[in-house]
Design a protein around this ligand. Sequence first.
Ligand SMILES: [Mn+2]
Length: 318
Amino acid sequence: MISSILQKLSGKDKKIYIISHSYPDYDSIASAVGLCWILQKYNIPSVILYHGEIESPSLVETIRCLDLELQYYTPDDKNITSDSYFLVVDAAYGNSNVISLPGTVIASIDHHETLSTKSLISDIRPDYGACSTIVCSYMQDLSLKPNEEVATLLLTAIFVDTDFLKRKVSSHDIEAISFLNNYGSLEKASSTANNSLIIPDVPLIKRALEKLVFYKFMAFFYLDEELRQEVLAIIADTIIKLEEITLVVGICKHKEGYKVSVRSEDKNNSAGVFIQTILREIGVGGGHVNMAGGFIKADMWPGENFIFDRCLDYVRSK
Ligand SMILES: [Mn+2]
């Protein structure tokens, strides 16, 4: 797949822009950095763009320490015009979580379940735990050996996205870790992935836990405050550890609306299907069997009781 992407990129006299979903996380940044590094090896200049703030303090710190140059995407940037070329990572172009781009999207490289992408090439591998694993497979296909920084960043992303190989992990992810371990630091990667909270998160987590409601096998909470995406995810990942609970729904405010995070331990109650059921006609959402995420725009917010009732209806129907 990477060879056809490189083929499409060769001979272009412009920089290639690499962009991910908005509010980028570890996996999207690591995938972009890995891809940028590959293109460099083929003398194809590229720039990593991002859109939506990078919320994770540890990711911001990682970017600062690695001296990575990321450029904030604004639609009025004079350099980015309708004859620009893009690669989209950790997301599929055409989905609501990627900003609309003015030029040609050469490829969407993603590990989320998606129906269609508006790109010339689609490399969608929903069975992979991380998009970084796909990028790592490109390096192996091209017999490239990543440097320590790139390898460690990719390792960190695989740990974050699979929650240390506990979630949606495939043999490809395990192989990628084993490959990257030859070049990067497993210890550094796991330490970074394991330090994504900061002390100011504690009162927010406390208030979210106080809002928890249980019904049969479901746990539900709604926090009327802003939480970072990764904090919401960590709370949901913690609650799903309760033995009696196999379905977790967490909702909080987020920028221009409300963020929804779902976890499931029961393959008959797929988190992806569930989130689409509870968000129908009010928001967008999707994901995998074990985890899913969604968003409700502020002007579509029906109130927490409305969503809670939909969750109850779903659980009662089971
Ligand atoms: Mn990802």
